[in-house]
Design a protein around this ligand. Structure first.
Ligand code: NAP
Length: 285
């Protein structure tokens, strides 16, 4: 629970609004003979991943999007994964393709993502999508990165002219988010595990985005009074729950606003994967 002194940046209202729009578009597409379909390629038996994929499938079903879980063995080779991605690229009934991580040993998502057809790359994983994003050209952005911007927008947080510290530099979250924020005229600092003096760097920022996958990494000393804090982290707890990267009690007492985990970035991320899928089906970026 977020401390009551900080406003709660919940993602649910924006996710609900997106879902309503997606449901309408999916119905129109189906009526026009193009029922939207998403394929999620899974090559792991990891239970949190299975839970996440089920949650995408449930959300898809609620909006009228077909969602196939395409299972490969947990010891699938990179060649097998690449071949399956190419087949999905060639299948005209499939509009969106996601390569779910973790992958089997020996397979690296970033090295396989170029096998996802760019026009079906609804989680912005193909290097072509990332390159276009960096160049300021139309592309599907990784859904989590875009979800952070949508969450801030939904709560009226202005990023133009403000300083943002992004903690994490992955190609899934940190790097694409930096580009999206730069496009919105923010001044962005990207931090990582080799950043020296992280608390001082983040405490200088108006907005802090934590995307490191380290529970409790961001404490009160990392945040200036009145800052806005977005917690992207989703770290499983032994009792089957989820916690973010932010010490919510300590930071909530100091920040102006903090996103909860779960219920912040996550619901918007799922909705954006579906929005990208209907856009891919409609051939609109
Ligand atoms: P990742 O690939 O493991 O990247 C983590 C990043 O955090 C790396 O850049 C790493 O630095 C940095 N980092 C790690 N420890 C740090 C520390 N002590 N101080 C500063 N930086 C540190 O993870 P990811 O895929 O980007 O995911 C990040 C988090 O977001 C995870 O908890 C993940 O579960 C969550 N996530 C949530 C959603 C959602 O929808 N809510 C979606 C995707 C991911 P180096 O580069 O130096 O190693």
């Amino acid at each position: 629970m977020t401390n009551p002194t900080a406003a709660e940046l919940t993602g649910r209202p924006r996710a609900d609004a997106l879902r309503a729009e997606i449901t309408r578009l999916a119905a129109e597409l189906a009526q026009d003979g193009t029922p939207p379909r998403l394929a999620v390629v899974v090559a792991t038996e990891d239970e949190p991943t299975a839970w996440y994929v089920r949650s995408i499938a449930r959300a898809a079903a609620r909006t009228g999007i077909a969602c196939d879980t395409v299972r490969l063995p947990a010891d699938a080779s990179p060649e097998q994964i690449r071949e399956r991605l190419s087949e999905l690229g060639a299948d005209p009934t499939v509009h969106g393709v996601i390569l779910q991580t973790p992958l089997p040993e020996g397979s690296v998502a970033a090295e396989l993502a170029d096998a996802i057809a760019p026009e079906k790359d609804v989680d912005g994983a193909n290097p072509l999508s990332l390159g276009r994003l960096a160049a300021g050209l139309p592309a599907f952005a990784p859904a989590t990165a875009e979800a952070v911007v949508q969450l801030l927008d939904a709560h009226g947080v202005v990023v133009a002219g403000r300083t943002v510290a992004v903690v994490g530099r992955s190609t899934v979250v940190g790097k694409p988010l930096a580009h999206l924020l730069l496009d919105r005229d923010a001044t962005v600092t990207v931090c990582h595990s080799r950043t020296v003096g992280l608390p001082a760097v983040t405490a200088a920022a108006d907005i802090v985005v934590a995307a490191a996958g380290r529970p409790g990494l961001i404490t009160a000393e990392h945040v200036k009074p009145g800052a806005v804090v977005v917690d992207v982290g989703t770290n499983p707890t032994p009792d089957g729950g989820l916690v973010g990267d932010v010490d919510a009690a300590a930071v909530g007492a100091k920040a102006a606003a903090l996103s909860p985990v779960p219920g912040g970035v996550g619901p918007i991320t799922t909705a954006l994967l579906l929005r990208h899928t209907v856009r891919a089906a409609a051939r609109v970026l």
